[in-house]
Structures are given as C-alpha cells and as structure tokens.
Design a protein around this ligand. Structure first.
Ligand SMILES: Nc1ncnc2c1ncn2[C@@H]1O[C@H](COP(=O)(O)OP(=O)(O)OP(=O)(O)O)[C@@H](O)[C@H]1O
Length: 349
C-alpha cells in the first residue's frame, strides 16, 4: 500500500496519577500498534472509553510521541527528524479536529485570527495570500464572511466546530484526524458536521481518521474500521464486513450492543468490567471478558491473523466464524459465562 502514515509497534506509556500526584504505576495507553493509513482513505476507530482511541489519534498527527516504536510519515521516521523539520512535515500535512470546539479554540481570538494563525506559524504565502486563504477556508466550511470578526463565544456549537475544521484544513493537509467531532454538539447539527467532513474529504481528497463512540456513524463513514481494546488494535476490517463478518469476539460484542444495527437481539453478554490500563491482563487483553477464552489466551498474546479478504486482520486464538450469526454467539456466550469467570484474573506485574 502506498502509505501516508505507518505506525510500527507503537507504544505509549504514561506515569499513573493518583490525587494529582504521580505514582509508581504505569498506564499502558497504547500497546504495540501497527497501522498504515493510505492517502484518501477513511479509517474509523471504535472501542470503549479509555481503550486508547485518542492516544492513537494524537500519535498519528505527531502531537504524542510514542514511548517506543516508530511513526513513519511519507516513509520518513517522524521522531528522528529535527523539531522544526517535524513541525513542517507532519504539522503542515495533518490537521486535528477535537471533540469540544469550545475548549479547542482560543476564546480571545476572532475567527480570522484563529484561521490565520497556522498560516503565520508555517509562513505560508504573503500577508495578502494568507487573508485570501482565510476567506477561502471560511467559504469551504460554510461560514458566512460576516463571522470573520466574531469571537468563538459569539458562535453556535456547530459554527465553532466549522471554525475548528477550517483551522485543521488551513495548511492544506493530506490527513485530518477527527476525535469525537460531534459528541459535544446538539443532535440537530451532528449530521451537518459529519456531512461537511465527508464532503470535504471527497473535494480535497483527504485521508480521514474518525474516532467515535457512535458506531453506526463510524461504519457509515469509513472504508476501514479499527477496533481497539485496552490499548491494543485487536481487529481491522473493511467497514462493510464489520457488523456481521468481524472475526474478533470483542468486535462482534461491541456491534451487537449497538441499537438498530442488527435484528433486534440481546447484546452478546461480556463477563465483568474492562480491566485497568495500569494492570492489563497477561496474554490476550480481552480474555478476562471473553466467552471463548482458555489457557492459551491467558498466556499468549495472539498475533495478527489474516481473514479471507484483503484488509481484514484480527488478533484472536479462537475467532468467530465468518458466517456465525450474532444470535448464535449470544447463546454461546450465555452458556460459557460461568466458566470464563473461573479463569484467574492474573495480571501483568
Ligand atoms: N496524560 C495521561 N496520563 C496518564 N494516563 C493517561 C494520559 N492520557 C491518557 N491516559 C490514559 O490512557 C488510557 C487511554 O486513554 P485515551 O484517552 O487514549 O482513551 P480513549 O479511548 O480515547 O477514551 P475516551 O473514549 O473516553 O476518550 C486511559 O486509561 C487514560 O486514562
């Protein structure tokens, strides 16, 4: 694949905090991530809260340095570049849209300054060209020119997110990473913002990484869906297959719990809560909740296995069969639940 960005064995480990103070524990926010993003593709990232979606997003745009592993941007190792070179390279070719535009935008700056700022920092064009670009950006995201002097506090939530998107596009990037771009917005404007992102992606031929809890939307918007669990990428699948052809038990459970996606059925029941990212389980991270787990899952982290179509890989010792119905999986999980609860919740030191 002609790669825009490639992560190889990327890990992000934070010092854990308790009551505002660092402790001796470590938080394994991202573990062994391998991922390639091609120009122009849309990749959705799903998984429960705290599974590392935002960490992955920040690593992709170069604002989070991995503790180990590599990030290659157009085949150059990002973190072995000099800081100025890295800023010019990845900073000038990627943009990020955050969840809450109220906090992501500087409240004291008018829209025109917010949009000009990246152009000034990266010294793009003459002063006149930068002003022209600001007008162009506003029109690209459907903001009336009259709002150029407005402060973020004078805009609606949807307008603020349009400003944030325009800022992400200022330097004409190849990749935009949108981390929960609609979850802080009123339901009534969410569809407008999603449609705007999709429209811009087509018009500007952008690659888009889209992080969301809204699984229906991720599936609808994406070419490929990445499932994360406890800091690990556990499956990557073409979006068209992810609902009922996913091979990882966790992906099937996640999608079975999404209202309106499948025939009305009960979700696949999982045992217990998500383990702590400070003390992840040995072996497969999902095995403490998985109805298929056995001794192999306790001791060995599964490698990525290829499914029957290109672009579909999963990490599981006992994958779901492709043609297995979710109804069948629910029955399996219900009858296996007591046995899973008996597997010792052995953790990494
Ligand atoms: N700076 C930090 N210091 C310590 N722990 C962190 C830090 N940033 C993230 N974490 C932890 O890393 C793990 C992954 O966090 P991340 O924000 O990437 O998850 P997420 O899937 O995006 O969650 P959400 O869906 O709730 O936004 C979590 O356990 C989180 O508490």
């Amino acid at each position: 694949m002609n790669a825009l960005i490639t992560l190889s064995d990327a890990h992000v480990v934070h010092k854990a905090r308790s009551g505002g103070l660092f402790t001796r524990d470590r938080v394994y926010a991202l573990t062994g991530a391998d991922l390639t993003i091609a120009p122009g593709e849309t990749v959705g990232v799903v998984g429960e809260s705290g599974c590392g979606k935002s960490t992955l997003a920040k690593v992709l745009v170069g604002v989070q340095r991995p503790t180990s592993g590599t990030v290659r941007f157009r085949d150059r190792d990002l973190w072995s570049m000099k800081p100025a070179e890295r800023r010019a390279s990845v900073g000038g070719s990627t943009g990020m849209v955050f969840q809450d535009p109220s906090t992501a935008l500087n409240r004291r700056l008018p829209v025109r300054r917010i949009l000009r700022d990246p152009l000034d920092v990266h010294r793009r064009g003459t002063a006149r060209e930068r002003d022209d670009r600001v007008r162009e950006l506003m029109s690209l995201v459907g903001l009336p020119r009259a709002l150029a002097d407005a402060l973020p506090g004078q805009l609606s939530g949807g307008q603020r997110q349009r400003v944030a998107i325009a800022r992400a596009l200022a330097l004409d990037p190849d990749l935009v990473v949108a981390d929960e771009p609609t979850s802080a917005l009123d339901v009534s404007v969410r569809a407008q913002i999603l449609n705007l992102l999709l429209d811009l992606k087509e018009r500007l031929d952008l690659a888009l990484v889209f992080v969301s809890h809204d699984i229906q939307t991720v599936r609808r918007m994406s070419d490929r869906v990445i499932t994360m669990y406890l800091g690990r990428i556990v499956e990557e699948s073409p979006a068209a297959r992810v609902t009922d052809r996913a091979r990882h038990p966790y992906t099937r459970a996640l999608f079975s719990a999404t209202p309106g996606l499948l025939d009305p059925i009960d979700p696949i029941p999982l045992v217990g809560p998500v383990p702590s990212a400070t003390h992840p389980p040995t072996g497969c991270p999902f095995r403490t909740r998985c109805w298929k787990a056995d001794g192999e899952c306790v001791s060995v982290m599964p490698d990525f296995t290829a499914a029957s179509t290109p672009d579909h890989h999963f990490r599981c010792h006992h994958p779901v069969q492709e043609d297995q119905s979710t109804r069948d999986l629910v029955a399996q999980a219900v009858s296996a639940a007591p046995a899973v609860a008996d597997i010792p919740a052995q953790q990494q030191p």
